[in-house]
Design a protein around this ligand. Structure first.
Ligand code: SF4
Length: 383
């Protein structure tokens, strides 16, 4: 790890759990079903990798830990305790670190959630997607809205105050009215979530949805409906006190997801588990996506894929940083790269400002309302 990385607001750890109860129809993540023996073997391999990664980073403090997937909450509770114990023994975790676990409704109960709290997890991220049971069914999800409410209430009872709920627009058969109802039901929960991620469905080719689309059998909302839902989201969420801090992410004040903000601001991270990506020493790495090879030798499955030069780093600083509504800092850019942002990207910035897509506000350059709408166009300008 370089000195620049160490100075760069901490270090993050991501743990990938690739198991799910069943595959959702739109999912192209690396996730699958597995029996208890494979899960146990995988957790053993993960711990081996965590030990090795920790040995190489002595003295590094973790500002966040994110246990994601897949469905981490599908693992027996002892497995999560074991992983957390291994992390604590091999890394220094900052006192105020954000420690998240992704959970699917219906895969957690009061006992499991209590154990999560005991082992230091302080944030839960629920993949709900919709409050409409017919939409959940169409997505191939394993749970109903009532299952979610019951898991959510158990998390609140277990003492979690920092809970995220993932929601999805552009679901087949979804209407503006049903999306509004989903937003209002989630925001109106007793002990409302601190954070909401609201993404649109992206239909990936090699999924059942991809096939259905190519056969003309996928009834996704048309572009006007999509835009109406997109514009309605920040409006409704702000009624309930959520601020938009990134294109698709909203939170109550002070509950922005530190793990994601770290990613958008270039904080280095190590990803453990199959197919997990890492970024440190200004380089990208990825682990094998083959579970058998991983379980045989988890330590040798970590490969360098790209060394980033200063041009790449500057471009990435702009593209990821502009995703946040706060924007990118002129002074931080100059501090990191020894050249001013205007000197490097003056031409692009002037063009986008003229088109009303970017605006300067004090030390920050940020997307305007129109720019948020056309973020992809702006990002392309900095590649
Ligand atoms: S729960 Fe998440 S990771 Fe698992 S199949 Fe569904 S979308 Fe994919």
């Amino acid at each position: 790890m370089t000195i620049i990385d160490m100075m760069n607001n901490g270090f993050e750890l991501y743990i990938h759990i690739p198991f799910c109860v069943k595959k959702c129809l739109y999912c192209d993540f690396l996730s699958f079903t597995a029996d208890a023996e494979v899960k146990e073997k995988y957790v053993r391999a993960l711990c081996e990798e965590i030990i090795s990664a920790g040995e190489e980073r002595q003295g590094v403090s973790l500002s966040s830990v994110f246990i994601g997937g897949g469905t981490p909450s599908i693992l027996p509770k002892e497995a999560i305790s074991k992983i957390m114990e291994c992390i604590r023994e091999n890394f220094v975790i900052c006192k105020d670190a954000e420690i998240t676990i992704e959970c699917n409704p219906g895969t957690v109960d009061a006992e499991k959630l209590g154990i999560y709290r005991e082992c230091g997890i302080n944030r839960i991220s629920f993949g709900l997607q919709s409050a409409q049971d017919d939409e959940l069914k169409r997505l191939g999800r394993i749970h109903t809205f009532d299952d979610f409410v019951s898991s959510y209430e158990s998390a609140v009872e277990a003492g979690f105050t920092n809970i995220n709920v993932d929601l999805m627009s552009d679901i087949p058969g979804q209407t503006v009215k049903s999306w509004e109802d989903t937003l209002r039901k989630v925001c109106g929960l007793e002990h409302a979530p601190a954070h909401i991620s609201a993404y649109s469905l992206i239909v990936e080719e090699d999924t059942p949805f991809g096939e259905m689309q190519s056969e003309g059998k996928l009834d996704i909302p048309d572009e006007d409906t999509d835009r109406e839902m997109y514009h309605m989201t920040p409006r409704i969420l702000s009624e309930f006190g959520y601020g938009r801090y990134e294109i698709s992410n909203y939170s109550k004040p002070g509950f922005e997801c530190r793990h994601n903000v770290g990613y958008w601001t270039g904080v280095p991270y190590y990803g453990a588990g199959i197919d997990a990506a890492s970024y440190y020493d200004h380089s990208r790495y990825v682990n094998t996506d083959d579970i058998e090879s991983y379980m045989r030798d988890p330590v040798s499955c970590h490969y360098l894929t790209e060394k980033l030069g200063s041009e790449d780093l500057m471009s990435e600083y702009m593209i990821l940083g502009l995703r946040m509504t706060k924007g990118v800092s002129f002074s931080e850019f100059e501090r990191r790269f020894d050249v001013s942002m205007k000197e490097k990207y003056g031409h692009q910035i002037a063009g986008f400002e003229k088109d009303g897509l970017l605006v300067s506000a004090g030390d920050f350059l940020k997307l305007t309302e129109k720019g948020l709408d056309l973020a992809n166009v702006v990002m392309r300008g900095f590649i």
